[in-house]
Design a protein around this ligand. Structure first.
Ligand SMILES: CC(C)(COP(=O)(O)OP(=O)(O)OC[C@H]1O[C@@H](n2cnc3c(N)ncnc32)[C@H](O)[C@@H]1OP(=O)(O)O)[C@@H](O)C(=O)NCCC(=O)NCCS
Length: 208
């Protein structure tokens, strides 16, 4: 669908205004525990084939089409499957230099030797078992072991409380906030740089 048409439809859905805030988290891989459980597999295509539709908006053929395109494009995927069913996954972009975030209509640039992960997803029937936390611990350990990774990045919407809690508990620091606001036809976009100190008053609020 052409971008202009998409924008128009979005505006008709929320005619008076909309806002979004995205927090950019960074981990510098200091003090990373290496003796952690590693239940996720890396780039294991059979796990992807074990995808079962659990969300209305993500059917299996669409998931597989996009997953294979990403792998062929050089991205990595961590997967966790159990009893023939894919239960959790997340994607890693090696050596990421920049990323565009549609929800805030902004680009962010990363320093050299940054790896970014995105689209962490745990199926509803497997939530609350620690899979997300285990996957993040495994990722940090394996990034550290690679030796060439200096920073690990991710972006979290300000209103998604669980990932903020987990990121901070694992030693990620909020580096920036990307903001978007629209009132009627007026759009404002801006970036706040934040202190790397998680206790600082500059640290982002959990809710926008
Ligand atoms: C967010 C998500 C990845 C969490 O996965 P999960 O495997 O259930 O998370 P964990 O079991 O590792 O739990 C992590 C922490 O959050 C808490 N938690 C998990 N779900 C929670 C909920 N719905 N409400 C409150 N706390 C919750 C857990 O108790 C745990 O806290 P603790 O470490 O103090 O015990 C999962 O809910 C999901 O896929 N959501 C939809 C997609 C999404 O939001 N992805 C994140 C994008 S950045």
């Amino acid at each position: 669908m052409p971008t202009l048409l998409k924008r128009l439809l979005r505006r008709l859905r929320k005619p008076f205004g909309a806002s979004a805030k995205l927090v950019i988290y960074r981990h510098d891989l200091e003090d990373v525990a290496l003796d952690v459980p590693r239940p996720f597999r890396l780039n294991h295509r059979p796990d992807l084939e074990a995808h079962r539709q659990s969300e209305r908006w993500l059917d299996t053929p669409t998931f597989l089409h996009s997953a294979h395109a990403r792998l062929n494009g050089g991205e990595w995927v961590y997967t966790y499957a159990e009893a023939g069913e894919l239960l959790a996954w997340f994607w890693v972009v090696p050596e990421q230099t920049r990323a565009y975030f549609p929800s805030v209509d902004q680009e962010y640039r990363f320093p050299l030797d940054s790896y970014a992960f995105y689209e962490v997803y745990v199926c509803p029937n497997a939530r609350g078992r620690g899979l997300y936390t285990a996957g993040m611990r495994q990722l940090l350990a394996e990034m550290r072991e690679l030796g060439r990774v200096r920073h690990v990045y991710c972006a979290v919407h300000a209103d998604n409380a669980v990932p903020h809690k987990v990121m901070r508990a694992l030693g990620f620091h909020a580096e920036a906030c990307l903001n978007f606001r629209r009132r009627l036809w007026k759009q404002t976009k801006w970036m706040d740089s934040l202190s790397a100190d998680p206790e600082s008053p500059d640290s982002p609020p959990m809710n926008p």
